[in-house]
Write a protein of this length. Sequence first.
Length: 488
Amino acid sequence: MTSTGSRTPPPRPMVQESAVTQLEARNVLQAFHRALRAIRLYPRENTMVKAALVALDGAVVSLIASTGQCDIRSVGDYVFVCGIRLRIQLDTYAAISHVAGRFRHAGIGGILVLSAPDGAAWVTLISALLAPTPGLQSDERRAHITAQLERENVSDFKIEPAVDELADLEEGSSQERTRQTFMQSLSATRQLMTDVRMGRTPALRQAKRAVQGIVDQIMIDDTSLIGMTTLRDFDEYTFVHSVNVCILAVALGRRIGLSKLQLLDLGLAALLHDIGKSRIPIEILNKRGQLSEDEFRVLQGHTWHGVLALFALSGSTARAWRSMTVAYEHHLRLDRSGYPRTVRSRELSLFSRIVSIVDGFDAATSTRVYQPNPWSPADVIRGMRDNPRLGLDPVLVRAFTGLMGIYPIGTVVLLDSHEIALVVAASREGQPPSRPQIRLLFDERGNPSYEATVLDLTEKDSSGQHLRTIVRTEDADRLGIQVSDYLT
Ligand SMILES: [Fe+2]
Ligand SMILES: [Fe+2]
């Protein structure tokens, strides 16, 4: 695990390895993303647009000054600036996914900036990218954009064709595969839920493939995928949440010994558990502050909306039935004190009981519009164990604690050595849960530690004393630590 920039060979011109830093690449991408958003939302004369264009110009000119070129490319769900693949972080994730999505929509693979364009040229380019082109094939859409630039005498850009998915990317490390699995699942979920929201009938094929990828990887090693669940995104909360719930549910299912076939069913049900949210107004989903009683009732409707959406989606096979049950029951609680109201007594299905636990865990540990200060993973685990009113299955909670440890992956801890560390994996089989595997973040004097070595807290010195012991958990935000930096 390392916090330095990850690099994968890009489709075309490579600049010198050391020429562009991750930070420069990120500046250009974010400036481009802000300009895209501003031009989509406001007229050209608006101060937001002007400010965004000045920032974009600044970022591009400084890149051209240091490297002699600037290009933004996208392959699959990855974005490259001058050959540097943007690392997926909380603050870059929205930009990466929006720019990749926009390129895909426009049928292009990249933009090569030939000279430093002025603001008007950028507006022409971005407006062409944003223009709807219904009924056109990918190649035709690209031709459309090129023609638009020619018509307006803009010659600062070269528009490149889309590159085929991830085939061009080098077969990477296992961490690389983990990222791909996560990103592909995310894009399948985004597609599916957007289709439902738009009233289109989506295909389940991609989602099933995504679940298959998650199950395959969890069967080999669950640590790295669980690490990915620490990646949070404010704007795309529902999609990221669905993928996280799927990963955690499959990992928990494996822990209690479900077969691979059962894990596939469970994973799909978990991925689709909140599909009903696609039918809830965005204003309610993203409302800041408390929901009114009426609004809360509407939100609760995502459970039965989910059942209806799944009926339309997958008919009445046994697998579809299991997904519907989870969509319906995941907020119900064991004693039926949750929602939706049920008249007759019923026992929650095993899949619903699993999803209730991992859903609650991911929701409580995520930053959302109405939850700016999420709980620490360790506190959530403790609450699940000690608070019977949450209506969770105690046996499964114990299994989940076994999976995550009492200090789940992503928890920042203070050690008795006065060092600060990050939990990167649960304790090894048979070892106490209070002794997970960690990576040091700060030494005893508070200096950042760049050592990426994973340490095991069960290690002892020659006198049989533990070398390090966790004293307490720490607030990552307060210490300025971006956990996903170290885990994704
Ligand atoms: Fe839900
Ligand atoms: Fe949920």
